[in-house]
Design a protein around this ligand. Structure first.
Ligand code: SAH
Ligand code: MG
Length: 195
């Protein structure tokens, strides 16, 4: 991977107010990825490719990432960025709405990273569980959504998002097949390991 380009990609994304993964959140995920080289990663929410490029560094030699993005402009930028970072052979972008694409997919993944529409997290979780390998891990970003999720923010205009994020936490923590941790890192991270 071209690290110099990665820094430029990050800088530009921040200038353009693209909600890329926060540094402390990335650090936590990198530690998990360092522990065992993964073969397959599915990401829901590519944006401009920043997180996928970061994760690609930890793949096994034959590993790859499938990543879904519905915004056409961002898909174009992500493709450019992935090329600049010299990781085209490791990242496939699936263009379209994950709500429509996921049910058509049948891959098996070692890690699934959920980082898209908050109101759809329970649906993304259901699809992720279906495509997770045994011993796989599901990670969801922005799970505490600026603190609204743990606080008393029922009247907030993001009510639907908050309700669905709370539902996601309930579904993962109560699932006996998973061990889930909710970390107050970045915008909140849910890490669910399959038992
Ligand atoms: N993972 C990226 C940031 C993703 S931001 C990074 O850390 O670098 C969230 C992205 O998800 C946005 O670009 C948005 O367009 C996309 N998104 C939101 N809902 C989606 C959906 N239902 N299907 C596909 N993409 C979606
Ligand atoms: Mg995020």
């Amino acid at each position: 991977m071209n690290r110099e380009e990665l820094l430029k990609i990050k800088q530009k994304a921040l200038e353009d107010h693209i909600p890329i993964i926060m540094d402390d959140t990335l650090e936590v995920i990198n530690k998990i990825l360092e522990e065992n080289k993964l073969n397959t990663i599915l990401e829901i929410g590519t944006a401009v490719g920043y997180s996928a490029i970061c994760f690609s560094d930890y793949l096994s030699d034959t590993g790859y990432i499938d990543t879904i993005e519905r915004d056409k402009e961002r898909v174009i930028q992500a493709k450019e960025n992935i090329k600049k970072a010299e990781v085209e052979d490791k990242i496939n972008i699936l263009e379209g709405d994950a709500v429509e694409i996921l049910p058509t997919m049948n891959g098996k993944y070692d890690m699934i990273f959920i980082d898209a529409a908050k109101g759809k997290y329970p649906f993304f979780l259901q699809q992720a569980k279906r495509m997770l390998k045994s011993n796989g891990i599901i990670i969801a970003d922005n799970i505490l959504y600026k603190g609204y999720v743990l606080g008393d923010y029922n009247k907030h205009k993001q009510r639907t998002a908050v309700r669905n994020l709370r539902e996601y936490i309930k579904l993962t923590t109560e699932d006996p097949d998973f061990k889930t941790e909710i970390l107050e890192v970045g915008d909140g991270l849910a890490i669910s390991k399959k038992k």
